[in-house]
Design a protein around this ligand. Structure first.
Ligand code: H2B
Ligand code: FE
Length: 298
């Protein structure tokens, strides 16, 4: 059957969760912890019940959950001045993250709306790639609201509130970054499955693991780097290959599980990245869809 291009965010399904659903896999740190699974399911149900346009319900985090957040924040924040890109460092203070409160999605979403017009929509877990990418076309970032298992504060096999808030949210307050990500989203609207896979890799090598040139250094903007102590150090050692970012080129295989990235793609700047993705998007997207979703180039 012909796939309908979603005309509004309501038409982007946020219910198709991949990988870890209600039952966590054997290798998930919470696999043997029924109370954790119940809690994760309850938080997921808040996302499932949320309707577009309503405020995201406030979540009261437990003392144990707060402790996980505080541990992760403490580990990471001292590394940012050295490893994070200038845009991340400029945006981070807007959110005023601190160790005595897990931030609420609604509050962060309001800050993003004010800064770049983006917003957050809660989601119960790892969303299907097509739906996740389609959300970006509507300037919407789907974010989980549960937190990783307390036994492993520095590791999570799936997105959690630490990864989303520390890794993704600050960059979404930067306009050029948002423009780049928006193009990925618009390109996904009419994409076939093969193109969705290509866009998933583009997303992976930019939004998740991208680095950007700053003088003769490279700095991180990818959330997978900025939310991982080990990955930040790994980037800094220079052991990974550095390649120029080119959305048209065949992207290498992504490694989800086998440790740190073997290569990073380097962006010249976010303005250049936004231009590159706009051009790619225009190649695979019908002009009427371009016209509806994209402002004319400045
Ligand atoms: N879902 C959620 N909840 N957070 C993400 O960061 C995410 C996702 N990333 N689904 C997507 C998939 C990404 O890995 C690509 C587009 O598949
Ligand atoms: Fe992510």
């Amino acid at each position: 059957p012909e796939r309908r291009v979603p005309q509004s965010l309501e038409e982007v399904d946020n219910g198709q969760i991949m990988g870890f659903g209600a039952d966590l896999a054997e290798d998930h740190p919470g696999f043997r912890d029924q109370a954790y699974k119940d809690r994760r399911r309850d938080i997921g149900n808040v996302a499932r019940a949320h309707r577009v346009g309503e405020p995201i319900p406030r979540l009261e985090y437990t003392a144990e959950e707060l402790h996980v957040w505080a541990t992760v924040l403490r580990e990471l924040k001292d590394l940012y001045p050295q490893h994070a890109c200038a845009e991340f460092l400029r945006c981070l203070p807007l959110f005023n993250f601190h160790e005595h409160e897990v931030p609420q999605l609604e509050h962060l979403s309001q800050i993003l709306k004010r800064e770049t017009g983006w917003q957050i929509r809660p989601v119960a877990g790892l969303l299907h790639p097509r739906d996740f990418l389609n959300g970006l076309a509507f300037k919407t970032f789907h974010s989980t609201q549960y937190i990783r298992h307390p036994s492993k504060p520095m590791y999570t096999p799936e997105p959690d509130v630490c990864h989303e808030l520390l890794g993704h949210v600050p960059m979404l307050a930067d306009q050029a970054f948002c423009d780049m990500v928006h193009s990925i989203g618009v390109a996904s609207l009419c994409a076939d499955d093969k193109q969705i896979w290509h866009l998933t890799k583009i997303y992976w090598f930019t939004v998740e693991f991208g680095v950007v040139e700053e003088g003769d250094e490279i700095k991180a903007f990818g959330a997978g780097i900025l939310s991982s102590f080990g990955e930040m150090e790994h980037m800094h050692t220079g052991r990974a290959k550095l390649l120029p970012f080119d959305p048209e080129a065949k992207q290498p295989k992504m490694s989800y599980k086998d440790g740190y990235q073997k290569q990073y793609y380097v962006l010249k700047s976010f303005a250049k990245g936004a231009q590159q993705l706009r051009d790619y998007c225009a190649k695979i997207t019908p002009p009427e869809v371009m016209a509806k979703f994209m402002k004319p180039a400045a």
